[in-house]
Write a protein that binds this ligand. Structure first.
Ligand code: S3P
Length: 432
């Protein structure tokens, strides 16, 4: 894709449905007793991967191609069938890690694989606790990398202190906890997104969340949960950054999930001086929701670390771009998790923004940027990481000259990204 800087940005964007909530709505309803209807389900590659894996496990999901409404006929807690073939999670870490937890509760054999990026991501973090609960799991390279082979059943409860603040790890253990012989708990070093806790509670699971500790006991059954999925703040974030950094911009983002475990990007932008207004606060699908108005802003550098990191983990690459338009130093620390996302996002941010003239200094646990730095058009290869693809596109809308973005992979989480970009730029973009 080719991107140019528009003179002016005026846009109203209905943010696509939340990816984390979309995955969970399929996975959890698959083991409920009855039928659920999910409206505004994210029709993107990652969520389709979850649906395909569940279908292979015998779950009937009616979700026509191109539709945002799905019906899931839950099979009950113990109703999954052994799949005839391997389960392909493609690019989706959430699919693989949450399914691993769920399958640990089932006395069936499952093999989970993924694309070349997912097969490089750390799996010991879920294999460890799930094995301690009694699941039989084997994996490549010393039980650390996918493909994973799982034979579940007969689980014992576990008190697990996770070394990482990760909602995927937490959710995998809680899902296995639904099948254990007593109360299972997960304690995290900092609170990660809590969609699993909210949704399982709404489905009747005996779950208690207390700060960064969650406890769950095995339920008799789960009630189906019909819901309308709120907009994804991670998909709103590129536009928030464009609006704040562009000199003549005003963007209204509609229906954004403002769950406090996800709003770190808003806190970071406010600390940098961004002009944000939160409007029309409401709730949908058990999550808070709002419209967000962002305008051109005068930004200053900031430091991001500690408990803010898991609340903004997928948005941290965009913070490097904000920092290019801010006065002074911006430091992102305590974020070594960035290195084990779809790609090593510290290195990818250094490379991608570096191609446009920015100097981002990598650190083991994050990066440093001294702003302001003018950006110039160039060629960026996002190497199949959707968040880097969107970062490069927004950087291109803020750089002088023309930017070419390759291997953007936006279909993983935001299939209409380029259409929304073209609308925001009033035709400043053309398909290659
Ligand atoms: C997710 C949790 C986060 C996030 C990912 C989605 C989830 O990963 O980066 O995009 O839906 O649970 P970790 O749990 O690995 O931090």
């Amino acid at each position: 894709m080719i991107v140019n800087r528009p003179a002016k940005v005026r846009a109203t964007i209905q943010v696509p449905p939340d990816k984390s909530v979309s995955h969970r709505s399929l996975l959890f309803n698959a083991i409920a007793d009855g039928r659920a209807t999910i409206e505004r389900l994210l029709d993107a590659e990652d969520v389709r991967s979850t649906a395909a894996c569940l279908a292979a496990l015998g779950v009937e999901i009616e979700w026509p191609e191109g539709s945002s409404v799905a019906h899931v006929n839950g099979r009950g807690l113990h109703g999954l069938f052994e799949s005839e073939d391997v389960l392909d999670c493609a690019n989706s870490g959430t699919t693989m890690r949450l399914l691993a937890g769920l399958l640990s509760g089932h006395p069936i054999l499952s093999v989970l694989t993924g694309d070349h990026m997912l097969r490089k991501r750390p799996m010991a973090r879920i294999i460890g606790p799930l094995r301690r609960m009694g699941a039989h799991i084997h994996a490549r390279t010393g039980d650390t990398l996918a493909p994973l082979v799982i034979k579940g059943g007969g689980l014992a409860a576990l008190d697990f202190a996770s070394p990482v603040a990760s909602a995927q790890v937490k959710s995998a253990v809680l899902l296995a906890g639904l099948y254990a012989d007593g109360e299972t708990s997960v304690t995290e070093p900092a609170l990660s997104r809590d969609h699993t806790e909210r949704m399982l509670t709404a489905m009747g699971a005996p779950l208690v969340a207390d700060g960064s500790r969650v406890r769950v006991s095995p339920p008799q059954r789960l009630e189906p949960l019909s819901l309308r999925v709120p907009g994804d703040i991670s998909s709103a974030a590129p536009w928030l950054v464009l609006g704040a950094c562009h000199p003549d911009a005003e963007i209204l983002l509609q229906g954004v999930n403002t769950n406090p475990t996800r709003t770190g990007v808003l806190d970071i932008m406010r600390a940098m001086g961004a002009d944000l207004e939160i409007l029309e606060e409401r709730t949908s699908g058990g999550e808070p929701l709002a419209d967000i108005l962002v305008r051109s802003s005068k930004l200053r550098g900031t430091t991001v670390g500690g408990g803010l990191v898991p609340r903004a983990i997928d948005e941290l690459p965009l913070v490097a771009l904000l920092a290019c338009f801010a006065d002074g130093e911006t430091v992102v620390k305590d974020a070594s998790e960035l290195r084990v996302k779809e790609s090593d996002r510290v290195e990818m941010v250094v490379q991608a923004l570096g191609r446009l003239g920015a100097k981002v200094t990598a650190r083991e646990d994050g990066f440093v940027v001294h702003g302001p730095i003018p950006l110039h058009g160039g060629k960026v290869d996002a190497a199949g990481d959707h968040r880097i693809g969107m970062l490069a596109a927004i950087a291109g809308m803020l750089a002088d000259g023309q930017t070419r973005v390759e291997n953007d992979a936006v279909g993983v989480s935001y299939p209409s990204f380029w259409d929304d970009l073209a609308a925001a730029a009033h035709g400043g973009t053309a398909r290659l």
